[in-house]
Design a protein around this ligand. Structure first.
Ligand code: BGP
Length: 479
């Protein structure tokens, strides 16, 4: 495009602790529920785990130098809670804290704005064992304790903070589909745990505003607009249901402190609604995020629900747990009462079956901003693919460039529409561990070679997309 982005736009890239750091026991780190799930239970693809990942814990300086060379303006990473408080709510581990202090200092020395996620899915295992994890209100106090430690230590140097990464995803996969830790398959427990995470989110935001008055904080939500399959009003109503079920169920709580009534009623009918006390209600209403973190990959398409249209009761098989789950459970599920997920014939898919929908990105900006009147920070967006390293150590990832370009154009469209968008963090900076797909599904601007002769060298090679993004940044968004 020939139009430009604002001068202070935060051109970024993102990561998460478990997916890049490795060093699972270094400097006193305690185990997290992901260490258990991936390593002890072996529940990921081909038994891959984050023990080495891309060894960012030891190579962060090299990675930060690559960021500087690229001209990156912002880098989003997460803190591993069990490095800071190894048993979740006991003694503070200064050595673990120091790693992030050093990383933040290095980023700032290289002109990169740190964006810190407090929780990207790696709950200290001790909290799972002692209290039952997010199903227990005791974990709210533990989270607040951990947040206080990092706010006090890093609050002066870090302006942008994310509370929870994709609460919708980790609660669904962890408590409903048993494809993430803690490996539970119980929808009622999912809604209960999710409510407790909401309380932890509100608690952290209120604490932050007390301790870091000049900083900005918000949740990062995995948002996807849901379309009606046709103009049949039954399908349109189903899409309204699906948007409230998939998006507003979280976004309304974050931004207004209330759950959408129709969805609450549906869950109550099924006996799976969370219990919300009046103190909970007050807490949720008292917390106000400063921005919404938007993680955008794809939305969905629906038609009228199966319970009213028996012709549509076909079961979806081989569901990618990241795709909308649909009718995978027996018995009555909320989905069966509200909508039925279908394929969208207008959209192409990635090689991993995720729909590619840049217009849906623009729709998301418009919907979120007009509903909640908060600035939006894109905290994830990117393309997972099988990349090939050539003999000359290049990666010609033109498909990724195309994907990012289309999404940046949609973002620019939203800016032109008047939506305040603070920045864009592509997922991801280096290649990293995909939670369930192992190391073959790559997202990075920087290729990490896991097959080099010395298997431990994990050499970094900038891909074509790295040089492309470098130009985008240098020209303020001329893509
Ligand atoms: C998001 C997560 C990221 C990242 C991304 C890609 O849901 O926040 O951590 O993993 O999805 O997902 P995947 O690795 O499954 O392709």
């Amino acid at each position: 495009s020939s139009t430009k982005f604002p001068k202070d736009f935060l051109w970024g890239a993102a990561s998460a602790a478990y997916q890049i750091e490795g060093a699972p026991t270094a400097d006193g780190k305690g185990p997290s529920i992901w260490d258990t799930f991936a390593k002890i239970l072996g529940k990921t693809k081909n038994g891959t785990n984050g023990d080495i990942a891309v060894d960012h814990y030891h190579r962060y300086h090299e990675d930060v130098e690559l960021m500087q060379k690229m001209g990156l303006k912002a880098y989003r990473f997460s803190i591993a809670w069990s490095r800071i408080i190894p048993d979740g709510d006991g003694a503070i581990n200064q050595a673990g804290l120091q790693f992030y202090v050093d990383l933040v200092a290095d980023l700032k020395a290289h002109g990169v704005e740190p964006v810190v996620t407090l929780y990207h899915w790696d709950l200290p295992q001790a909290l799972q064992d002692k209290y039952g994890g997010w199903e227990s209100r005791q974990v709210i106090a533990a989270f607040a304790k951990y947040c206080r430690v990092v706010f006090e230590r890093l609050g002066a140097d870090v302006k942008y903070w994310v509370t929870f990464n994709e609460q919708n995803v980790f609660t669904a996969l962890g408590y409903r589909w048993a494809s993430h830790p803690p490996n539970v398959k119980d929808i009622k427990r999912m809604y209960a745990a999710n409510h407790i995470v909401n309380l932890a989110n509100a608690t952290a935001i209120n604490l932050f505003h007390k301790l870091v008055p000049n900083g900005l904080i918000g949740p990062s939500f995995g948002y996807g607009e849901v379309y009606p399959a046709t103009s049949d009003p039954n399908d349109v109503l189903a899409a309204v249901n699906a948007n409230q079920f998939n998006n507003d169920w979280w976004m309304d709580v974050y931004c207004r402190g209330t759950y959408p009534v129709k969805i609450m009623k549906t869950l109550q009918t099924l006996g799976i609604a969370p219990e919300v006390t009046s103190a909970d209600d007050q807490l949720l209403k008292s917390a106000h995020p400063d921005f919404i973190g938007l993680n955008y990959y794809h939305g969905g398409t629906v038609e009228a629900p199966t319970m009213t249209t028996p012709a549509h009761t076909k079961q979806l098989t081989n569901i990618d747990p990241y795709l909308m789950a649909g009718d995978a459970e027996n018995g009555i599920t909320p989905e069966k009462l509200l909508f039925h997920s279908v394929e969208n014939p207008h959209l192409e898919k990635t090689s991993f079956g995720w729909e590619i929908d840049p217009i849906g990105f623009q729709v998301a900006f418009r919907q979120i901003y007009e509903k909640y009147q908060l600035p939006i920070f894109v905290t994830e967006n990117g393309l997972g693919a099988f990349d090939q390293l050539t003999e000359k150590h290049q990666v010609h990832d033109d498909y990724r460039i195309k994907y990012l370009q289309q999404h940046l154009l949609a973002l620019k469209g939203a800016l032109d529409d008047g939506v305040p968008v603070i920045g864009y963090c592509a997922w991801s900076f280096t290649d990293l561990l995909s939670w369930l797909n192992g190391y073959d599904k790559r997202y990075g601007f920087v290729y990490v070679d896991r097959n080099d002769t010395d298997a431990k060298s994990l050499t970094r090679y900038p891909k074509d997309s790295y040089y492309w993004y470098q130009k985008v940044i240098a020209s303020d968004g001329k893509t």
